[in-house]
Design a protein around this ligand. Structure first.
Ligand SMILES: [Cu+2]
Length: 238
């Protein structure tokens, strides 16, 4: 019986303490400031701070590709940008909120920023709202004139789809005051969204506090945890 207890505690240890960190989303192009799955809930840039020594990636104001890998079967994404890297000015919404389905590759092939940004450095920000919270990533870029050439690496994995939608939770998180523009007359697949209607939609530059990472993401994780505890107590008391 004692050896069984040991084996049980060994399993318990790996189940509760060594669980792999839950993953959220990864930015492939343009390269993000950094990617740390454990800090991805920290606004505004997933725990990273832009600096003057960052390597900047050219981003065409007339439309350029943003290539993601998402590890959630369903989530909402907001795409924002700002001039400079002080994080003190307002973020500008680049396209309406996107609701996305399916795992792995997700491509926004042509995201536009205001034409007047050409020639300046700035930041792009992506916010994901998924079942386990709100996650952030930023990219440090230099905005350049004209339209980017299509990026062949930026593709949707099979089964991936997306549409413009309204997410009340994201609207609260990022201070988006109107969702009307996001729901009318938008293409089924957001590929060449206009940016004019969505610029300067943010009235509140402050982000709400980051949502703490949930150790146990779903109901079934809780069931598993409680089951382990009950059985462990019964074993140890026997
Ligand atoms: Cu996640």
């Amino acid at each position: 019986m004692a050896s069984f207890k040991l084996v049980w505690l060994f399993c318990l240890h790996f189940t509760l303490l060594e669980r792999p960190a839950s993953a959220h989303f990864i930015v492939n192009t343009p390269p993000p400031l950094g990617n740390n799955i454990n800090n991805e809930d920290i606004a505004p840039c997933g725990g990273f701070t832009p600096s003057g020594s960052d390597t900047l990636t050219a981003f065409h104001v007339g439309g350029d590709a943003i290539d993601l890998t998402t590890l959630h079967a369903q989530s909402y994404f907001d795409f924002l940008g700002m001039l400079g890297d002080s994080l003190s000015s307002n973020w500008t919404f680049l396209i309406p909120t996107v609701e996305q389905y399916g795992l792995n590759g997700f491509c926004e092939p042509s995201v536009e920023v205001p034409a007047s940004w050409a020639g300046s450095n700035g930041l792009l920000q992506i916010i994901q709202d998924s079942e386990d919270g709100v996650h952030y990533q930023c990219m440090h870029v230099n905005f350049v004139a004209s339209v980017g050439s299509p990026n062949s690496a930026c593709t949707n994995s099979s089964g991936v789809s997306a549409q413009f939608a309204t997410d009340p939770n994201l609207a609260t998180v990022d201070g988006q005051t109107t969702t009307a523009a996001a729901t009318s007359a938008v293409p089924k697949t957001p590929s060449s969204a206009t940016s004019s209607a969505q610029t300067s939609a943010s009235t509140s530059p402050s982000k709400s506090a980051a949502v703490p990472t949930a150790m146990f993401e779903t109901f079934w994780n809780w069931v598993l945890l409680i089951g382990f505890i009950v059985i462990s107590i019964a074993l140890l008391a026997s």
